[in-house]
Design a binder for this molecule. Structure first.
Ligand SMILES: [Zn+2]
Length: 390
């Protein structure tokens, strides 16, 4: 199959020759003929990567559920989610599948999902998400983080459950505000890193705690990452603290994070400080993007469109120039792929014939306008057209 008249991210015009599900050649643009797919000059982008999603939390496809949080603290939202969860009757497999179909139609072919685990839920949500991963295995890769949403110390038994989750197929150990939620930095991180080391798993910790208190937790995560030899396998999600301390502090922290190989995930938060993405990147820190909550007990917003997420990240970070929009785009594509350890990724000869076409002519325009995805192609096969799965 040949896709002709493609504008590549660098602005060049090429035909994409596909054989056996891979890109066999990038050829000079040729005239359209009936046996080819004419892209009409639209830009062709590598598949989008969602580095932080919650497939088990979403209520997508259900009647609207108003947010029930009675306060603004993380602990208030955890309680609100318990009430919403107790009332739901539709299995997470169904709502999570609705979300997977929606994100694939917008061009996301790889994701990292966090899955709630505590002593009330046990591994129930993990089992639902493992079913989703199996069901969509030919369409999308799903990496799973065993996520202690209720804390580890606050929810006795969770440490053992996290360990069991890795044994049953989760890929990474999660964590949550070791001080803000569990009130014990060392005990929380002892549990997380012990499981990661024993199971050879990566780590991805939700860290909302701000200011110097949050920063010291991030630095302790970096210290333990180096001490355990987990460089390149650890991420801190949100890391709001990096956006709320002095430039001196965050610059020093950036060097530490880069040396420790700890990546930082941001979703371009609406109600919190955002880490200084350019500064971090300039100091060699891997920064990547994710949706986080999508229409669930935590947030009424979100749709899983990672091009829109790149725009939101850019908007929050006050990006204006094309190079800045390219950084936002990198966070939802190549950087995400590196963090997820996707060896077989990228728009290149010999690479997988996975791509998304957007009705824009430059990469910066694609991010700023986040227009319709005319095609999503997986292994050379058109899997979505105009935002709808085929
Ligand atoms: Zn999250």
């Amino acid at each position: 199959m040949r896709f002709v008249n493609a504008t590549l991210p660098d602005g060049s015009r090429h035909d994409i020759e596909v054989e056996g599900g891979r890109i066999a050649a990038l050829l000079p643009a040729s005239p359209s003929t009936p046996d080819v797919v004419d892209l009409g000059g639209t830009i062709v982008l590598p598949p989008l990567v969602d580095g932080h999603i919650h497939l088990d939390k979403t209520l997508l496809g259900l009647p609207w559920v108003p947010n029930q949080s009675t306060g603004n603290r993380v602990s208030d939202r955890i309680e609100a989610e318990r009430r919403v969860r107790a009332a739901r009757t539709v299995p997470e497999f169904e709502t999570g599948s609705n979300l997977v179909r929606q994100v694939v139609a917008s061009g996301t072919l790889h994701m990292r999902t966090h899955v709630d685990i505590d002593n009330q839920l046990g591994l129930r949500n993990l089992h639902e998400v493992l079913k989703i991963r199996e069901h969509f295995r030919d369409l999308v890769t799903i990496e799973i983080v065993a996520f202690p949403q209720s804390g580890i110390l606050r929810s006795p038994g969770t440490q053992e459950l996290l360990d069991e989750a890795i044994a049953e197929g989760a890929d990474l150990v999660g964590g949550l505000d070791p001080v803000g939620i569990d009130g014990d930095l060392d005990a929380h991180l002892d549990a997380v890193f012990a499981i990661a080391q024993r199971r050879g798993a990566g780590v991805d910790i939700h860290l909302h705690d701000g200011g110097e208190a949050g920063l010291s937790q991030i630095l302790e995560i970096a210290r333990r990452t180096e001490a355990t030899g987990l460089q390149g396998k650890v991420a801190v999600s949100h890391a709001f603290a990096l956006g709320s301390v002095s430039t001196d502090s965050v610059t020093r922290a950036a060097d530490t994070l880069a040396r420790a190989g700890v990546a930082i995930m941001s979703h371009g938060p609406g109600g919190a400080t955002i880490p200084p993405l350019k500064l971090l990147r300039e100091h060699g820190v891997e920064v990547f993007g994710g949706s986080d909550n999508i229409r669930d007990a935590w947030s009424p917003f979100g749709n899983g469109d990672m091009l829109e997420r790149a725009m939101l990240i850019g908007y929050r970070a006050n990006f204006r120039h094309d190079e800045e929009l390219a950084l936002a785009f990198d966070m939802v594509t190549a950087a995400g792929a590196r963090v997820l350890g996707l060896a077989d990724y990228g728009l290149k000869v010999g690479g997988p014939a996975d791509f998304v076409t957007v009705e824009a002519t430059t990469l910066a325009e694609a991010v700023a306008s986040r227009k319709r995805r005319s095609l999503v192609v997986k292994s050379g096969r058109i899997v979505a057209r105009d935002g709808v799965l085929v």
